[in-house]
Write a protein that binds this ligand. Structure first.
Ligand code: PMP
Length: 289
């Protein structure tokens, strides 16, 4: 936002937006060397904080990054940033970079990982898309091979997803489906994917090469509580073409219906009943104390 009073958390304290600067030698910039989180704030509370903290610190472990703050200090920093910016319903972008170093890949020649926390308002997709459902296409760019850079690490290197997103944009869609190295459905560029077939809710499993979304996890929990049969199983594009319903999940997207993939109408071509039920339940859940 353009608020001049906006406060950014940088390393150990809140600073004004124009004071929130990092080095051009930071490996986060030079190499995409770092990790991040996108977190929702609902009713002034950090939604599923512990899940985000866990994913962040597990990602740090995977890339051999030592985060200068403890998980407890990080949680306090997020809360402080949210409060300082008077965010009631909004979004937090939490970033940890490798820090400034030499013009080489050696992490031993970097110092001072940078912790950046931005709290802002958010609106990702036009509101009417939640009612009508969105159209998506399949990108030719596949998801990173899990043995290369694991998609389970929410790293600052999003080029893979950006290339797929460009394909979607060129095709006039706001999201694009990415397959994995085995030709199976993985996820969209910034969201996980679910389908409903004959009353069963299905989503690709962790080993399909996906980011294990926190919204995905919440939706699985809410669906299970509602007595819906949920299965994490491999799927191919044909399964989505022939599904009864489809939707995407993400911290920014929440639960958004998908009604068309590659010009194939999914189900009736309108948001399905289970999708609408889960979206409603999700909206209630995030605001429960
Ligand atoms: N997959 C990718 C590639 C993402 O970037 C995101 C959004 N961070 C998701 C899935 C959804 O994850 P979450 O529900 O934790 O926001």
């Amino acid at each position: 936002s353009e608020k001049t009073s906006q406060k950014i958390f940088l390393n150990d304290r809140l600073v004004d937006k124009d004071q929130a600067v990092v080095s051009v030698y930071d490996h986060g910039l030079l190499y995409g060397d770092g990790i991040f989180e996108g977190i929702r704030i609902y009713s002034s509370r950090v939604f599923r904080n512990q899940d985000h903290i866990d994913r962040l610190y597990e990602g740090a472990l995977a890339i051999r990054l030592e985060i200068p703050l403890s998980p407890e200090e990080m949680t306090a920093a997020v809360e402080k940033t949210v409060a300082a910016n008077n965010i009631v319903d909004g979004y937090v972008r939490l970033i940890v970079t490798r820090g400034a170093g030499s013009l080489g890949l050696d992490i031993r020649r970097t110092s001072n990982p940078q912790v950046i926390i931005i709290a802002d308002t958010i609106s990702l997709y036009p509101e009417e898309l939640y009612e009508t459902g969105m159209k998506i296409i399949t990108a030719s760019t596949i998801r990173n091979h899990p043995s290369a850079l694991s998609p389970r690490v929410k790293s600052l290197n999003y080029l893979n997803n950006i290339l797929a997103k460009i394909e979607g944009t060129d095709a006039g869609t706001l999201e694009a489906l990415m397959m994995n190295h085995k030709g199976e459905v993985a996820e969209c560029t910034g969201d996980n994917i679910f389908i409903v077939k004959n009353g069963v809710l299905k989503t690709p499993p962790r080993d399909a090469g996906i980011l294990e979304g926190i919204t995905r996890k919440v939706v699985i929990e809410l669906a299970t509580e509602a007595g819906i049969d949920v299965r994490e199983e491999a799927m191919v594009r044909h399964d989505i073409y022939t599904a009864d319903e489809c939707f995407l999940t993400g911290s920014a997207a929440e639960v958004i219906p998908v009604v068309d993939l590659d010009g194939r109408k999914i189900g009736t071509g309108t948001p399905g009943e289970i999708t609408k039920k889960l979206r409603k339940r999700f909206q209630e859940y995030v605001r429960e104390a």
